[in-house]
Design a protein around this ligand. Structure first.
Ligand code: HXC
Length: 514
């Protein structure tokens, strides 16, 4: 064949495979409001940067008529490209080909790209849209999943791993996203579950739709499996690109610096904190008032809202923020908020991102439900994560820091490098009401007017302990600061911490309470 002939043949082969499952299957995707796998990759990456691997890989299924089936690219597009001019590895399952189901060759394409991203030290993005294990390939598809989970675990803490759920993600398939750092879902399109509605109906006799079982809202509001929720695929891709501006490309790098930018002057700490200490405020307003350009990327926005986590920048450098949210349950720590914060702290620690902790909480949430849900085990995760973290850790106690909450929220005792308190801080074993009722029980009971006596004792306790000065006298905080100077002080302390080194005893790994 002549050169031109070979070239024509090459182009023809490319086009044939690139059409995936064909026009009819593509129309079906479009009718569900879904883009094709290739459209998704092109919309997410920088224009014209996608370089595809393994286009001509063939599946190895022989049973149930599979030997007669041609499955273009074996239902998964893999390759590399760039986001914001930085390289990434990516795969996108193609639902138009055998429902994006995962057979052995499909799995090998994914594990190849995973190995590549680990070796090259670049993030991995997986777009999941699949009916799960390819039933016709039996144990080979299960093996494929196992190989993927193994690599997700090897890559954990080495490169950022991002999962995007843009269709069904059923059965054991959900565990790959669950092992990754950030999971993105899209309204009405994403469906994640271990056992689908059919099985639930058969086994439990309950009728439920896929949406109710594991749709995007459920995963981002109820289970916490998803970190980011979007209304459309394009919005989701914008969210991923924005996330990429805050995180480093691997664990030996720092996130890219940006020019420093003052916060928007409409956020004024003095106006945000209510003068009545029992009234709530939105901790995000405090964040907007101290970070560059008031630009904060919130993670898990719709789940465990009593704690707020996310990325921002101080003086151009990425920081991770953990803040109690007084607007929701007074900002208490509970099972879900402990899990939410602990995992985020570990991500920041693994990827060289300093931590800022903003404290205002009455402690851990009391109650039978929480005790029985394992608040001891889950609550311990946040203690572990903060103690383990060796990135710079700066804590600002804004108002309440009571009991276990004081210790857990990156106190000096868990290794904070800097702890500051505002004059409004109340650092004590518990709130004045509860404390007075316990320690002055007899005086209150024996008083001629117990209510009056209780008031007096609450005032006495408040005067003595509900302030930052006892902790300051013990050196547990480094300074009581003017709230208006918080940003200035954060810039100074983070600058000071740039070369921080904190060696720990050698060990294979710790055993966190998960
Ligand atoms: C082989 C599959 C498939 C699968 C879908 N297809 N899932 N082929 N193995 N797992 C094929 C269909 O046969 C069909 O092929 C095409 O994909 C599109 O599927 P439809 O059913 O027509 O699409 P839709 O109506 O949109 O329904 C999508 C779906 C449904 C909800 C995902 O297909 C479904 O329930 N699939 C099975 C899900 C499942 O139970 N998977 C196994 C989970 S167990 P044609 O040729 O007609 O176009 C598992 C274990 C992993 O994953 C364990 C790892 C540790």
């Amino acid at each position: 064949m002549s050169f031109i002939g070979k070239l024509t043949d090459f182009l023809f082969r490319h086009e044939k495979v690139k059409i995936g499952g064909g026009e009819k299957a593509i129309q079906k995707q479009a009718a569900m409001g879904k883009m094709t796998a290739r459209e998704r990759i092109n919309a997410l990456l920088d224009p014209d940067t996608f370089f595809e691997y393994d286009l001509f890989v063939k599946h190895e299924g022989k049973d149930f008529g599979m030997d007669k089936k041609d499955l273009p690219a074996d239902g998964v597009i893999t390759g590399s490209g760039s986001i914001l001019n930085h390289p990434v590895c990516i795969f996108a399952q193609d639902f138009t080909v055998a429902g994006g189901s995962l057979g052995l060759a499909h799995a090998r394409k994914i594990t190849k790209i995973m190995d590549h991203s680990i070796k090259m030290g670049i993030p991995l993005i997986g777009i999941n849209d699949s009916g799960g294990a390819r039933i016709q390939e039996g144990v080979n598809s299960l093996a494929g999943y196992g190989e993927i989970f193994f690599r997700n675990t090897l890559a954990s803490g080495v490169i950022p791993q991002i999962s995007v759920i843009l269709g069904p993600c059923a059965g054991g398939a959900v565990y790959s996203p669950a092992l990754t750092d950030f999971v993105f879902v899209v309204d009405k399109i994403s469906k994640m579950f271990i056992t689908g509605p059919e099985v639930i109906k058969t086994v439990l006799g309950e009728e439920i739709t896929m949406e109710e079982l594991g749709g995007a809202r459920i995963q981002s509001e109820v289970t916490g499996n998803a970190h980011f929720y979007a209304k459309s695929e394009m919005e989701c891709f914008e969210q991923i690109r924005r996330l990429c501006t805050f995180i480093p490309w691997n664990n030996s790098k720092k996130a890219n610096p940006f020019p420093s930018k003052n916060p928007n002057s409409k956020y004024n700490i003095e106006k945000i904190i209510p003068s009545d200490p029992s009234r709530p405020y939105d901790v995000r307003d405090i964040i907007y008032s101290v970070v560059d350009g008031s630009d904060f990327l919130e993670i898990h926005e719709h789940w465990a809202a009593n704690i707020v986590i996310g990325f921002a920048r101080i003086n151009g450098e990425t920081i991770g923020i953990v803040g109690n949210q007084p607007l929701v349950l007074a900002g208490v720590l509970d099972v879900d908020s402990s899990d939410k914060a602990a995992r985020f702290i570990r991500f920041c620690d693994a990827f060289n991102i300093p931590l800022l902790t903003l404290v205002d909480l009455p402690g851990y949430l009391p109650g039978v439900d929480q005790e029985h849900a394992g608040v001891i085990r889950h609550g311990a995760k946040i203690l572990y994560a903060y103690s383990e973290a060796t990135v710079p850790k700066v804590t600002v106690i804004m108002r309440k820091a009571y009991g276990g909450g004081y210790i857990a929220m990156c106190s000096r005792h868990l290794g904070a490098d800097f702890v500051f308190a505002w004059p409004t801080a109340e650092i004590a074993v518990m709130g004045p009401e509860g404390a007075a009722n316990i320690i002055f029980k007899n005086e209150i009971a024996e008083a001629a007017d117990p209510n009056e006596m209780r008031k007096q004792k609450v005032a006495e306790y408040t005067e003595k302990f509900a302030n930052p000065y006892v902790a300051a006298a013990n050196g547990y905080i480094d300074a009581v600061i003017n709230p208006n100077e918080t940003r200035k002080i954060l810039i100074q302390t983070l600058q000071l911490s740039k070369q921080k080194k904190e060696p720990r005893p050698l060990r294979k790994h710790g055993i966190p309470p998960f």
